[in-house]
Design a protein around this ligand. Sequence first.
Ligand code: SF4
Length: 493
Amino acid sequence: MAEQEMIKKVLLVFLPSESGVDGARSLYGEKEENPFFSWFNRSLRAIIKQSQFAIPPLSLMILSSVDVPGVEQSICDMRFEEFPFEPSVSDRLPHTHLELVHEKNAWDLVGISVQTGMAKKAFELADQLRARGISVVLGGAHVTLFPESCRPHADVLVHGEADDLWKELLTDLASGSIKPDYHSESFPDLGQSRPVQKRALIKSRYFTTNLIQTGRGCQYSCDFCNVHLLNGRALRRRAISDVVSEVARFHEHDRRIFFFVDDSINADPLYARELFEKLVPLKIRWFGQATTTLGQQRELLQTFADSGCQALLVGIESIEPASRSAHKKNQNRAGELVKAITTIREAGISLYGSFIYGLDGDTLDTPAAILDFVRATKLDVPGINILRPTPGTQVFERLREEGRLLFDPLDITSYRYSFGQEMLYRPKNMSLDAFVESYSALTQELFTVKNAVVRGLSAPRAKSAVMLFNLFYTHLYALSRHDLQHQWKKRGK
Ligand code: SF4
């Protein structure tokens, strides 16, 4: 038998989410009767896609970097391509897939990363594949939290972070002894060297492929978040030398912007300072995510600016003290936020500030307070979300016990994860009617073409990206308001 035939072919699949930049897909799906708006929406969507705001799925980059003799891995990013079921679709496939679809059931194993809001779609694809005789492995957050709901749709389940498990699984696949379950006893030690490769990516598709993770875990316990449940409360860090050499290696082949995907890059200030001081000579430009505590970490803030930080996403979540305490958002106080944001912007870093409206301490006065806050801080990109009680989080359990969920808590796949403008629960201090109306009015006031231009021009850095993002949001929030009204009418109130 030729050696080529012995190679096991594994395809890692990324499903398009219905949130953020990709989320527009679901909103555009609504039938637009006005031909002009229909044309406008189609054109804008094409522009957004061509702008390539999309970034690659980091988890699949990490898994596809695991080398096991006798196994060949590819990535199928379904934001850009259909799943390659049949040989006839080969002409639409990226080069890396071409030789792998010449026969039916060419894949020895297909891996799908499952997020709760996308579980239904993932299960549908898994069922189709298994009906064709293709083995399916499911992993990701939903498998870790709800393995029983995944069991009927998979041959293999990977529970927890897969870094070490994936090597074991691929080795078993190569030797024909794959098991139905792979569990990790503890979180992987990120201090071990695991260089990330980009060989399975089609780089030109993405806004950037320079994605770097420096660590995992979060010591906080915000009740609407599952990061501390999935990745643990202890901060685990990669070795600084590994991160620096990865940045240098990526930068050599791709001069585009870097994105540090950690939930909070300043959570361990000593580590962050040492790392970013070492990155200064590389002269990269980067985006990342941080907490507003950075405003009080003056030396680290300066190091971030010196090392090429252009913009940071900060989770403001709420400026209402009652909401922050109701949802255990305790790591910084509401009264300190304006000063912190002003300080970070004065250091020359633009800020995307993410809010959640509809928390348990919010009232109908909250939108006016958010508007004042955005004006006072000159926040470069505001993001306004509705609370999303994701199954598995503490807030989901609490709202379920209080009878406030608007979806069936027993059917976790009925939880719809979209752009975030989704009525999934009853707010505490206002009627649903009043909430929907006030939310719509808030986003209408914040996102206008004029505001987008003003914010872009006054951003400390990344001015054109800030303007483009605001313009994009002006359009997307308009679609979202329409979608929210549509959901509302469908419910019959
Ligand atoms: S929202 Fe941010 S700070 Fe809060 S638990 Fe999640 S990752 Fe940690």
